[in-house]
Design a protein around this ligand. Structure first.
Ligand SMILES: [Zn+2]
Ligand SMILES: [Zn+2]
Length: 461
């Protein structure tokens, strides 16, 4: 039985011997998504294993429910009522903010509300509260549940928390939630833009999987076809159900939430975020960094990923119209000037430049010694790679139209950034992570600058 025949709960906690030669496993105790999923909460709590090996005991163990002012109003009150109805001892902490970043300060604030006898944390929220709780719960050795309030990003089933630390987004390896609950009725109460953000994070997977596959051809990087297919299958299901998302139908919201959780499972299978994140995420990270430096909240992660997907779609489409001269690309690659690059990174990344430069010292992504063999591989396999690019362009053709229906963004225009800043983002986003993807492919082929100019002109000209 392959992945595609399994339900989401069959995909977790059992080892799968894959045709790629590896064994895949994802450790998440429980996933409950769909209509009336919230009603499963008491059953899960009563079976929950605690840090000391005991099973949760109503008589002595206490729960902390975590919300913010928005999530408390919409969903938190229902969760609290349910917990009280079933006789649990529950205290609560509501972050008194309309908007917050996932940052060190939030973790500290939450810790101050931990108490003697606290055995389980139940957080009602989405990205920020999930990341904040995961970090605090992991370091306190307390299991936590996440009751999702929006299908807005793919971090629910993740084991890492990206937190802002000294003005920089830093990813900390923590633990998985012991349970992820996505009740279709609760999810339907979120703003449309959050559903659009979730779709944006999902639609970017077309690019992420394709870049991964192409890197298999160009760099001989390990690629798992089955995990790739699993992700693409679930992306397609969401894309086919956009009208249902617009109408907030429970089935469509369930598909989207399941897909977002499934992406987390796929990441656990591979051990890194490769199946979920490539150049579209590098652009999103750069935009998120800019917002933090400017003291703003910026757009949601998934909104940024959706927008970046539209831009990379356009860049691939343009590339396919160009005549690629591989000899010229090799000549260009040889002219790489490290000092100039470092000066450009300091100018465009500001506070984050040291980190980007340190990464280059390890990876040397633009070093001709690394670039030229990749150009050779591309030349040799150009027909295969072209086919993959044509395929992904066809898949992402509808992205802009679908995202617009859910209040997503499809252009860099609304970000309040200058043309120069957008060009910097397109040119240097590839340097924020060590992951081979579209933007590095464009660089290797010697056309990144031309494609970046094309995008800036197209959207901001
Ligand atoms: Zn595999
Ligand atoms: Zn993402």
């Amino acid at each position: 039985m392959g992945f595609l025949d399994k339900t989401i709960n069959e995909l977790i906690n059992t080892e799968y011997e894959c045709s790629c030669g590896r064994k895949h496993i994802a450790h998440i105790d429980n996933i409950a998504i769909g209509k009336n999923a919230l009603q499963k909460l008491p059953g899960l709590i009563d079976r929950q294993k605690l840090a000391d090996g005991r099973v949760f005991d109503k008589a002595r163990d206490q729960i902390l429910m975590v919300t913010d002012v928005n999530t408390r109003k919409v969903c938190g009150e229902r969760v609290l009522a349910l917990l009280k109805e079933y006789g649990y001892q529950v205290q609560e902490y509501c972050f008194p903010y309309e908007k917050m970043h996932a940052a060190d300060e939030g973790v500290e604030e939450l810790r101050e509300h931990f108490f003697e006898g606290l055995s389980l944390i139940i957080t009602v929220g989405s990205g920020t509260l999930n990341d904040t709780t995961r970090y605090a719960a992991f370091h306190a050795g307390i299991p936590y549940y996440i009751v999702a309030t929006a299908p807005s990003m793919d971090g629910y089933a993740s084991n890492v928390s990206p937190l802002i630390h000294n003005n920089l987004k830093t990813t900390y390896v923590c633990c998985n939630a012991a349970a992820v609950i996505g009740d279709a009725e609760l999810l339907a109460t979120c703003p449309t833009k959050m559903i659009g953000a979730g779709l944006g994070d999902i639609i970017g997977k077309y690019l992420a999987i394709n870049d991964w596959k192409m890197s298999g051809v160009i760099n001989d990087e390990y690629f798992c076809e089955e995990v790739g297919d699993l992700v693409l299958y679930s992306v397609q299901k969401c894309v086919d159900n956009v009208p249902g998302l617009v109408n907030r139908e429970p089935e469509a919201l369930t598909y989207l939430m399941e897909s977002l959780v499934l992406i987390g499972i796929a990441m656990s299978y591979i051990g890194v975020s490769r199946p979920a994140s490539s150049s579209e995420h590098h652009i999103a990270h750069f935009l998120e960094m800019k917002a933090i430096f400017n003291g703003e909240y910026g757009e949601m992660h998934g909104t940024n990923v959706g927008m970046a997907t539209c831009l990379i779609h356009d860049m691939y489409q343009k590339l396919l119209q160009m005549d690629i001269d591989f000899d010229e690309a090799r000549e260009k690659a040889k002219q790489f000037d490290y000092d100039r690059w470092e000066a450009e990174i300091r100018r465009s990344f500001g506070l984050a430049a040291d980190e980007v430069i340190a990464l280059y010292q390890k990876v040397g992504q633009d070093n001709p010694e690394n670039v030229i063999p990749r150009i050779d591989a591309m030349e040799k396999n150009w027909n295969v790679l072209r086919g993959m690019m044509e395929n992904v362009v066809e898949k992402t053709n509808k992205a802009a139209g679908l995202l617009t229906q859910l209040n997503g963004l499809t252009s860099p225009e609304g970000y309040g950034l200058t043309k120069g800043e957008i060009k910097d983002i397109l040119t240097y986003a590839k340097d924020v992570r060590n992951r081979y993807g579209a933007l590095q492919i464009f660089y290797d082929l010697g056309v990144l600058e031309e494609l970046s100019d094309y995008i800036v002109e197209k959207y901001m000209g």
